[in-house]
Design a binder for this molecule. Structure first.
Ligand code: CIZ
Ligand code: SF4
Length: 320
C-alpha cells in the first residue's frame, strides 16, 4: 500500500515537472481514475477525453485508455505530445477492422456512406465519411437515413444491429465485436433480475441485441452514468466494463450497482466485464511513461490525419 502511495506521489510530481496531464477512460482501474481526478486531469469517454486534452494547457497528454483513444487525441491535437502508458493496449474492434480489408469492403459498395465507430485506427477513420460514438450514433444514422443514404457500418456488429433496429436504416455491417460486451449472457441476466426485481438494467449497445432487449436504459458510458443518477431505482445491474462503477458510485453513493453476469454456470471467459487492454494502464506504466516516453508516444501520418479529422469534425459539428 505504501509502495503504491509512493508511486502516486512520484507521478504527481512528474506530471508537474513535465507539464503533462493525465486523461483516463471510465474503464480504467478505479485507482487510475481517482489519480486523474486528483491531479486535475479528467475521467471521460473517448470523445470527451480528446476534447479535454485539446482545451487543456498542458504540452503532454498521458492517455490512460487504449490506442485508438490516443490516436483520436493526436488527430485533434497534433501539436501536443500524446503518450500512452503502453502502446500494447488496443481494442478488439480496432484489431478486427484492418484498413486493407475494410477499405476493400468499402470499395465493393461505392454507393454506400461509410460510417465508423470511434473504436478504430486513424486509417479507418480517414476512409470513413462519418465517425460516430455511441452517444451520437443513433442521431447521425437517422439523419443519413432521412437523406435516403445507404450505410456501410463498421466495426461493431452489435451496435450496428441495435441502430438498425431503432432507425430502420439500410445498413451493411462489418462483423466486429467488443470481447468484453460480447460476453454478457441473457439467461444469467434474467436470473439476476429475478433476484433483484427492483433493479434497473443499464446496457451499453456494444452488448448483443438480446441483452439490449432486457435493458431499462441503453446508452454510451456517459449516458449510462446519467441514467444511474436520474432513474429513481436504488439498484442497478450494469452491462458494460466494471470500471464505470467508480464514477457511478462516486455520483450515487447511496445506490447499489451489480455487474451483469458474463458467464453461464460452469462457463469461463477471459474478459469478464473488464477490458484486458484497459487493465494494462497501471501506476507503474504511467510513471515509466512520464520518465521515458520512448516507444510510448502516439504518431499519426499527416495525410491520414487530415482525412480522419474531416470525418471527426463532421461528427463534432453535428453534435454541437
Ligand atoms: O467500449 C469502449 O471502448 C467505449 C465505450 C469507448 C468510448 O467511446 O468511450
Ligand atoms: Fe475495445 Fe471493448 Fe476494450 Fe472498449 S471495452 S476498448 S470496445 S475491447
Amino acid at each position: 500500500q505504501d509502495e503504491r502511495a509512493q508511486v502516486k506521489e512520484r507521478i504527481k510530481r512528474l506530471l508537474i515537472e513535465k507539464n503533462a496531464v493525465l486523461v483516463a477512460h471510465y474503464y480504467t482501474d478505479p485507482e487510475i481514475q481517482a489519480l486523474a481526478e486528483e491531479t486535475g486531469g479528467c475521467v471521460a469517454d473517448s470523445l470527451e477525453m480528446a476534447r479535454f486534452g485539446k482545451q487543456h494547457p498542458a504540452e503532454t497528454l498521458i492517455v490512460a485508455g487504449v490506442k485508438f483513444m490516443g490516436e483520436t487525441s493526436k488527430v485533434l491535437t497534433p501539436e501536443k505530445t500524446v503518450v500512452m502508458p503502453t502502446l500494447e493496449a488496443t481494442c478488439s474492434l480496432d484489431l478486427g477492422c484492418p484498413i486493407k480489408e475494410f477499405s476493400a469492403f468499402c470499395d465493393e459498395h461505392p454507393d454506400h456512406t461509410v460510417v465508423v465507430y470511434a473504436n478504430t485506427s486513424t486509417a479507418v477513420k480517414a476512409r470513413a465519411d462519418w465517425i460516430v460514438t455511441s452517444s451520437c450514433a443513433l442521431e447521425i444514422v437517422e439523419h443519413l437515413d432521412e437523406q435516403g443514404k445507404k450505410i456501410l457500418w463498421g466495426p461493431d456488429r452489435h451496435l450496428g444491429n441495435y441502430i438498425q433496429r431503432e432507425t430502420g436504416a439500410d445498413m451493411l455491417m462489418w462483423q466486429g465485436a467488443c470481447i468484453v460486451h460480447d460476453e454478457f449472457k441473457t439467461k444469467a441476466l434474467i436470473d439476476m433480475k429475478a433476484l433483484h426485481p427492483d433493479a434497473a438494467i443499464l446496457v451499453h449497445p456494444e452488448s448483443p441485441l438480446d441483452i439490449v432487449e432486457l435493458a431499462d436504459a441503453v446508452g454510451s458510458t456517459s449516458q449510462l452514468i446519467k441514467a444511474a443518477q436520474e432513474m429513481p431505482n436504488q439498484k442497478f445491474i450494469v452491462a458494460t466494463d466494471r470500471g464505470i462503477f467508480y464514477k457511478m458510485q462516486q455520483l450515487c453513493p447511496e445506490k447499489e450497482f451489480f455487474e451483469a453476469p458474463t458467464a453461464g454456470e460452469g462457463a469461463t471467459c477471459k474478459s469478464c466485464a473488464h477490458c484486458p487492454w484497459m487493465a494494462m494502464n497501471g501506476l507503474k506504466e504511467i510513471e515509466n511513461a512520464l520518465l521515458d516516453p520512448t516507444g510510448k508516444e502516439i504518431f499519426v501520418d499527416m495525410e491520414l490525419r487530415k482525412g480522419a479529422l474531416k470525418s471527426l469534425n463532421r461528427m463534432l459539428d453535428f453534435s454541437a
